[in-house]
Design a protein around this ligand. Structure first.
Ligand code: G3H
Length: 541
């Protein structure tokens, strides 16, 4: 049997899908949360086909798992009006509410979210093809992130509950919300990355317009009633529809105060330009990345193989932090490639519920064509696929291709492939790798593999000024989530981490007064009578 037929056979017949991984039924969403209500929708819908295919008389067919509303501009504008009204120029119930009460609402929401874990995890798996184990991890990591955010906000509030006195002026400095936040997440971490912006934005007192990602949409449906029940009306609104139809009007309204998007720099730039007063718009963005691994002549090859394998191919290379280009010193290139291709061959592939699976079907319908274009282009410029069966595909599955030797004339040298291709570039002099990073449009992270301290030190200093995280003898990654996650150039704007995110979605405001007897009495009255939520010495335990 040729390998393409082997790949065809990884897809099950419908009746062979294990019972415990099936969805309880198709999810046909005909309502959406806006202005505190689940609004009924009887207009156009988008049918959701899973990347998981089944065998049929017509060959492999993507499984229909449900559908969701394709609303238009009117519905988006109504939701915007609801978010604006709920914010009410900072006078709404939510932005005025004390921090402890806001935290309580988020805790209640998290409890209800946990009740929906089973269906959300299954929808992550069915909508984007992420392995069941990783889908569970994504859910759990998100819940941990929410609790860590709550702890971080409590600490921030504790630190802000006193007064600073300088030059006879006393001040209480706290953080206030910014207004209406338009939040858009990516398909690869449709729950986690969305919530790492949505939850900090929400808990800081902003009101939200949330547009779910193109793939990974239905999984947000089971959370809408929890949002409705745990927050005041209009604080969280979920908008559906084609991004290019509904989002420009939202930006042009000038009523969006924060744009937070995990996606492409091209889209982010286009959207920012639509805002009539860019100075009033804060952007918190996670964008393009093409993280490089640099494997020097002094690297521990076995370790470099292990880390590069996970770095480049976990979740089929569909991580913003994935290693998307691998530089290897010529003296060890053959040895590295031999070990690396052997390790690729050991990776388990198949359906997302298969135990220990690393490689699964891809959600984007045109992705395989694009990946094939990258390989053809590399071959035309002198590279080869060097691993057995590399680049073979069937249905929505693409077997990883290790491409060597890659050079600057190839798409794979410049473009973020965001999929299971590992471009490998041989080099003689480390200066070539530094030059690559200087010229690159991306600047998120890099991984250096070497056991030579002088060599590593000589790379660290130039590279920390090109990217935002230099990983030593380990793959690139976002976590732990308390570490700052950002990037330079076209890779990010603003910083996300548990502690940084709550700062990104708020601004410092202070109440200041001259220390005279009248003011001291006045301020003490306010604090003792507990008449202000902002000016307060209450301590959250
Ligand atoms: O896609 C980008 C994610 O934030 C990556 O997170 O490095 O933990 O997989 P990760």
């Amino acid at each position: 049997m040729d390998f393409s037929s082997t790949l065809q056979n990884i897809f099950p017949r419908s009746e062979d899908i294990p019972e415990e991984y099936r969805l309880p039924g198709q999810v046909h969403q005909r309502e959406y949360l806006s202005n505190g209500e689940m609004k009924a929708w009887d207009g156009q819908v988008h049918e959701v086909f899973s990347p998981i295919c089944t065998q049929s008389e017509n060959g492999l067919e993507r499984v229909l798992i449900g559908s969701y509303p394709v609303c238009g501009e009117n519905e988006a504008q109504e939701s915007l009006a609801a978010a604006v009204a709920a914010y009410n120029n900072g006078r709404g119930e939510w932005p005025i509410m004390g921090v402890a009460e806001r935290i309580h609402c988020v805790e209640q929401f998290t409890g209800k979210m946990i009740e929906q874990k089973d269906i959300i995890v299954k929808l992550i798996m069915w909508e984007i093809g992420k392995s069941f184990a990783d889908s569970v991890k994504e859910f759990d990591r998100t819940v941990e992130y929410i609790y860590a955010t709550i702890d971080s906000l409590k600490n921030l509030d504790r630190d802000s509950s006193g007064f600073d006195i300088v030059d006879g002026i006393a001040a209480q400095v706290r953080r206030s919300p910014l207004g209406v936040v338009l939040c858009m997440g990516p398909f690869n971490y449709p729950l986690n990355e969305t919530f790492t912006t949505l939850i900090p934005a929400l808990i800081m007192g902003n009101t939200i317009l949330f547009k779910p990602p193109k793939f990974g949409t239905l999984l947000h449906y089971p959370l809408q009633e929890a949002f409705r029940d745990c927050f005041p009306k209009g604080v969280v609104n979920i908008i559906y529809g084609r991004g290019n139809t509904i989002v420009p009007g939202l930006m042009q309204s000038g009523k969006i105060n924060v744009l937070t998007l995990i996606g492409s720099s091209k889209v982010a730039n286009e959207l920012k330009k639509q805002h009539p007063k860019v100075n009033r718009l804060r952007a918190v963005l996670g964008l393009d990345a093409k993280n490089a691994a640099i494997i020097t002549a002094h690297a521990d090859i076995k370790l470099a193989v292990k880390e590069t394998l996970m770095g480049s191919l976990s979740f089929n290379g569909q991580r913003c932090t994935a290693l998307k280009i691998v530089w290897v010193h010529k003296s060890i290139a053959d040895e590295f490639l031999q070990q690396f291709t052997a390790a690729v061959a050991e990776l388990k592939y198949g359906m997302p519920w298969k135990k220990g699976v690393s490689l699964t079907p891809l959600p984007e319908p045109n992705k395989i064509d694009y990946l094939n274009t990258c390989i053809t282009d590399a071959q035309a410029h002198g590279a080869k696929v060097v691993n057995e069966n590399g680049g073979t595909s069937a249905g929505s599955f693409f077997y990883p291709a290790v491409v060597y030797p890659v050079n600057k004339d190839m798409k794979l040298y410049h473009e973020e492939q965001f999929g299971p291709i590992v471009p490998v570039v041989p080099f003689d002099d480390l200066e070539e790798t530094i030059e690559y990073l200087i010229e690159a449009t991306h600047g998120q992270q890099v991984s250096i593999f070497s056991d030579n301290a002088n060599e590593v030190a000589a790379l660290i200093d130039p590279l920390v000024n090109q990217v935002s995280r230099v990983n030593i003898n380990s793959q690139c990654q976002r976590g732990p989530d308390v570490f700052p996650f950002t990037g330079r150039k076209d890779s990010a704007e603003g910083t996300l981490s548990v502690a940084d995110a709550i700062r990104s979605f708020s601004i410092r405001s202070l109440v200041a007064f001259k220390m005279n007897d009248t003011n001291k009495t006045l301020i003490n009255d306010i604090v003792h009578q507990d008449t202000s939520n902002f000016l307060s010495t209450k301590f959250i335990f």
